[in-house]
Design a protein around this ligand. Structure first.
Ligand SMILES: CC(C)(COP(=O)(O)OP(=O)(O)OC[C@H]1O[C@@H](n2cnc3c(N)ncnc32)[C@H](O)[C@@H]1OP(=O)(O)O)[C@@H](O)C(=O)NCCC(=O)NCCS
Length: 192
């Protein structure tokens, strides 16, 4: 990938990773991610190129304009500028709740990347954005994602269902959340 990782969305960095905003030029990359059956296994199946175009236009690019500081960002490896997939901190559709999430190409799984940037995003959300609570939802069967959320410091709190058409077909989803005070008390900032 040729993207400059210094152009990270909202300047967010972790030890090995950086976030940058998506642009219209990322359509092929995002289309590949959303067309991968392993990636989309618990997300309702693969997306068509048209579905990904709509996601990029509305859920990603328009959303940046309407919701400063929040969004879906490309997750870049700082050592070589490789795009690993995306991380997000945005609204659960149809709700005022802010969720953390991620979607990585399978060749990058199992190296702690999803957890590492989720920790940075949670700190960013609680401190720089001043969010009082951050939540997450995953399919009940998506145990690796649930493991990531626990490692990032969220707490499992039963299940929830949503009426919004983006989630309704899944039925009950595993529900995670943690308040700012609780998370920050347990994740003191490192001295730099
Ligand atoms: C979920 C996903 C982001 C995980 O990325 P990752 O970079 O591999 O995550 P990490 O390496 O930080 O951690 C994965 C953890 O899950 C564990 N894990 C992996 N497969 C597992 C399984 N089948 N059951 C239980 N735990 C599993 C790993 O052992 C690891 O935990 P550990 O560090 O305690 O050993 C990745 O699988 C993915 O992109 N999936 C497709 C998209 C998706 O489902 N996103 C979540 C939507 S809610």
């Amino acid at each position: 990938m040729n993207h400059d990782v210094r152009d990270a969305g909202d300047g967010l960095l972790s030890e090995r990773l950086a976030l940058r905003r998506f642009t219209p030029a990322d359509l092929p990359l995002l289309t590949r991610l959303n067309a991968d059956p392993q990636v989309m296994r618990y997300l309702g199946g693969v997306n068509s190129p048209q579905q990904t175009q709509a996601m990029l236009d509305r859920r990603i690019l328009d959303y940046y304009q309407d919701n400063p500081g929040l969004g879906v960002w490309a997750t870049m490896r700082r050592s070589d500028g490789e795009c690993l997939g995306f991380h997000l901190l945005n609204h659960i559709q149809g709700e005022s709740l802010i969720q953390v999430g991620y979607r990585l190409f399978p060749r990058f799984w199992g190296q702690g990347y999803a957890t590492e940037m989720s920790l940075s995003l949670l700190r960013y959300g609680y401190t720089r954005l001043g969010l009082g609570n951050i939540v997450a939802i995953t399919a009940l069967e998506n145990t690796s994602s649930q493991r990531v959320l626990l490692k990032a410091g969220l707490r499992r709190n039963g299940e929830r269902s949503f009426k919004h058409p983006a989630y309704a077909p899944f039925g009950p989803l595993a529900w995670f959340e943690r308040s700012a005070q609780d998370w920050l008390d347990n994740h003191p900032a490192m001295e730099s």
